[in-house]
Design a protein around this ligand. Structure first.
Ligand code: BG6
Length: 462
């Protein structure tokens, strides 16, 4: 089916946090960079006027990316506002009215997951779902069963190709670059397997806490918040087989095969931590046992990756903010020069944020008579950051009906299947101090496959 451009953008949750931080800046970017010129309808239940929404948009842009006068003026011309309860048919009738002549709108549900079902039904009953696309914010479900239920609800009203499940990591330039670098260079593929790779580490560190998201975060925790989705998507790009054939689903098919081959986590392969002070964050339950840090060890049961340990670590209030992948290669089969090399060996380092780096680490000889060396990195790419914010890229793709960078339902199911056995309180929770790399138990988890390689960032806060 040829894809068409959506001719209206409706965003539910218009007065909320996501709209403020991501959606307004993305809309301005699409107007500025791609000439987006369709009705833009914000929907919320806040008792606001259109002028209040416009003021909110202005404030959002002032704090997130800056105002582009021309694009912002256009945005305010295109902006409409519908105020109402999502359980009320009148709300959707008002949306239909604002859509005017638009025949194929895109609906962005930036609302709590508990409201997805009622909103989807409201769209369908009012005629707003016809020929429409729908973008769903994460979390897509709370576990495997709820993800399937949610999908079931959506599929009653929208065909699969019209459902766009956002994982903003997929819209990140350096995450796509992992795939690109691997498959645009035949030199990497022969060594990208158990014969040459000793271990893989993925670290997503944030040097801030849960801030004003206490209530949301306390129901999620790190495993649901970033491991089930972002980290496993990065892992899939890093370890999947090359896409085959002409099918435009080829990449997502290979990702799905990879994720289905990841062995579900067991309690012994997980260390959870909570930073000291988390329980006093507003919205967090008094005796909360939600994790703000997690380290996991996992295996991929394929010929390519059998027995190669993969370590993933993510957390809040760590020493730096950075996401980085390290693929560590094996040592030579004999230490020809009798060197005792602690820790690192040769590696490939891919930094996703804050800067974008791809570096190949090798050992070279130090000048002099002795056959001893040091570790150096060949920089294949280094840039300050990506130009296009991930949400802008993804919203633009969804408006054009391009689903490649969105999560398909079988991928979501596979991701939940991996983390499902360790959700909740099946593993102990250790306390760690803010500004540290999590509980000591994480070091025990990695053991002789370690140490953890901490991303080096110059402007660390702590
Ligand atoms: C979100 C999580 O999905 O990703 C947040 O809910 C996290 O907890 C954020 O901070 C990180 O995204 P980024 O793009 O800043 O790395």
């Amino acid at each position: 089916m040829p894809s068409f451009q959506s001719d209206a953008l409706v965003f539910f949750g218009a007065t909320g946090d996501l709209a403020y931080k991501q959606i307004f800046p993305s809309i301005q970017g699409l107007i500025r960079d791609e000439g987006l010129d369709v009705p833009i309808i914000g929907v919320a239940k806040s008792g606001w006027s259109l002028d209040q929404l416009k003021a909110r948009a202005k404030d959002s842009l002032e704090h997130h990316g800056g105002i582009d006068e021309k694009a912002f003026r256009k945005m305010t011309e295109l902006l409409r506002y519908v105020d109402g309860d999502y359980a009320n048919a009148a709300t959707f009738a008002a949306v239909r009215k604002e859509l005017g002549a638009a025949k194929s709108p895109l609906h962005y549900l930036a609302i709590p997951p508990s409201l997805f079902g009622v909103a989807a039904e409201g769209l369908a009953k009012s005629g707003c779902a016809e020929n429409a696309r729908v973008v769903i914010e994460k979390p897509f479900g709370h576990d495997l069963a709820s993800a399937r239920d949610l999908n079931h609800i959506l599929r009653q009203y929208f065909p699969e190709e019209s459902i766009f499940r956002i994982d903003h990591y997929l819209g990140k330039e350096p995450v796509q670059n992992i795939l690109y670098t691997r498959f645009a260079n035949p030199v990497f593929e022969p060594i990208w397997n158990r014969t040459y790779v000793r271990s893989i580490q993925i670290t997503m560190a944030e040097n801030f806490g849960v801030q004003d998201r206490g209530r949301f975060y306390d129901e999620a925790g790190t495993i649901r918040d970033v491991v089930q989705n972002h980290m496993l998507q990065v892992l899939a790009n890093l370890t999947m087989d090359p896409p085959t054939g002409e099918d435009h689903e080829a990449t997502r098919d290979q990702k799905a095969s990879l994720l289905k081959a990841v062995r579900p986590l067991t309690p012994a392969s997980v260390v959870r931590g909570q930073y000291n002070g988390y329980k006093s964050v507003m919205g967090v339950a008094a005796g909360s046992t939600t994790e703000t840090f997690v380290a996991v060890k996992l295996f991929i049961d394929t010929w390519r990756w059998a027995d190669v340990p993969v370590y993933i670590r993510a957390g809040k209030e760590l020493p730096v903010t950075a996401t980085e992948v390290i693929v560590e290669f094996k040592r030579p089969p004999r230490e020809t020069f009798g060197e005792i090399v602690p820790g690192t060996s040769s590696h490939m380092r891919m930094r996703v944020s804050p800067d974008i780096t791809i570096a190949l680490g090798v050992r070279v000889k130090l000048p002099g008579e002795r056959m001893i060396g040091n570790d150096v990195e060949l920089m294949l790419q280094r840039q300050a950051g990506a130009d296009e914010p991930p949400y802008q890229r993804l919203l633009g793709d969804a408006m054009r009906g391009i689903g490649d960078l969105f999560a398909r339902q079988d991928l979501i199911d596979a991701q939940w299947r991996i983390v499902e056995p360790v959700l909740g309180n099946v593993t102990p929770l250790y306390t760690y101090e803010r500004g540290t790399w999590g509980p000591e138990e994480a070091n025990q988890l990695i053991g002789t496959d370690g140490p953890w390689i901490n991303p080096q960032v110059s402007d660390a806060k702590h």
